[in-house]
Design a protein around this ligand. Structure first.
Ligand code: GLY
Ligand code: MN
Ligand code: MN
Length: 334
């Protein structure tokens, strides 16, 4: 690796007689250097985007360290939640615990107490100390970055035993079964579809929805409680590129008809790192649509009203696809 401070320093480094060349990166940084070179040719960019899903040993070492850094942050954050800290206090505990400052994190940590858990990318970090100690549950979605490689980890905690704590435990069991189903040759949309059916069974077991699970999924009832994708590629970007590529020539995969907005569409291969992040949320706007729809009578609205104050649950691990299955990079640590 040679570090150049000016684009003009490139020319003397090029071997003589090179006829074709490519410059990759933000076009503005190259100025007029090497005018014959193609800049970000789509064929090469598509090739790199496709293949970067499979991590090298070095990349995996970075990602393991990113997971290992985040774990003490999550432990410290959980302790601060149990001590009654505000969202701001909990974020502070996460940063101190993992030893990264906020600008080093791969994404803005989501620290949500109670009803705030229903906002999927909640970033407010409430610091109102008048409500200290009153929160009943925490959703913490926070990872670290090592040499640009991310971890992306979510845990949900309840302060006390009871109905919501049992729901978290049930979703955790569901999430672990999905992690165990990760393996080479598995089309990710199939896992996403399975997750909807698993969540339908949970909604039934919790007596929130009285409908056969298949109908719940087909009618979009599960989508009102679980409105995002099951996971995504992870690497240099938190939502890493190339999730919709069919091959290294840039062909695009079509989303399945039953989940037309799904963005991670590839079949899993050894070396890929993906997140597995099912969730169940009580989101007012989606519940209102459900209440106005034809399946409203299948829903226990009293139970929903009781649970709305908890906002929701998400559990997220980073999982490496191996030659014969998978390795959960997060769970042994947290
Ligand atoms: N933290 C963003 C995500 O889970 O996708
Ligand atoms: Mn994620
Ligand atoms: Mn996340």
């Amino acid at each position: 690796v040679r570090i150049l401070r000016e684009a003009a320093e490139l020319a003397p480094l090029l071997p003589t007689g090179v006829r074709r060349g490519v410059l990759l990166g933000p076009p503005e940084q190259w100025g007029s250097a090497w005018p014959e070179a193609e800049r970000n040719p789509p064929a090469l960019v598509g090739y790199l985007h496709y293949h970067r899903a499979r991590k090298s040993g070095w990349e995996l070492a970075c990602m393991r360290r990113a997971a290992a850094l985040a774990a003490p942050g999550h432990h410290a954050a959980q302790a601060t939640f149990r001590d009654g800290g505000t969202e701001f206090d909990i974020l502070d505990a996460f940063l101190v615990g993992c030893g990264q400052c906020e600008s080093e994190l791969p994404y803005g940590a989501i620290v949500a107490l109670d009803a705030h858990c229903a906002t999927l990318h909640y970033q407010h970090r409430d610091r109102d100390t008048s409500r200290r100690g009153q929160a009943t549950n925490l959703l913490l979605d926070a990872g670290c970055s090592v040499r640009g490689y991310a971890s992306d980890i979510t845990r949900s905690y309840a302060r006390q035993d009871g109905e919501f704590a049992r729901m978290i435990a049930d979703l955790d069991e569901l999430q672990q079964a999905l992690c165990a189903a990760v393996g080479p040759g598995v089309p990710f949309p199939d896992l996403h579809r399975r997750c909807h059916h698993d969540i339908a069974r949970l909604l039934g077991a919790w007596d929130l929805v009285r409908m056969p699970p298949d109908e719940m999924v087909a009618a979009g009832v599960t989508a009102a409680f679980f409105p995002h994708g099951l996971g995504h590629l992870l690497g240099l970007q938190v939502h890493d590129v190339g999730g919709h590529l069919a091959d290294d020539e840039g062909r695009i995969l079509e989303p399945p008809a039953d989940f037309p907005r799904l963005r991670f569409l590839r079949t899993l291969e050894p070396g890929q790192v993906v997140t597995i992040e099912p969730g169940v949320y009580f989101i007012d706007s989606l519940l209102e649509r459900l209440r106005a729809g034809v399946h409203a009578s299948a829903i226990d609205w009293d139970a929903i009203e009781r649970l709305r104050r908890h906002g929701g649950i998400r559990i997220e691990d980073d999982v490496l696809v191996t030659a014969d299955g998978s390795e959960n990079l997060t769970r042994p640590l947290l």
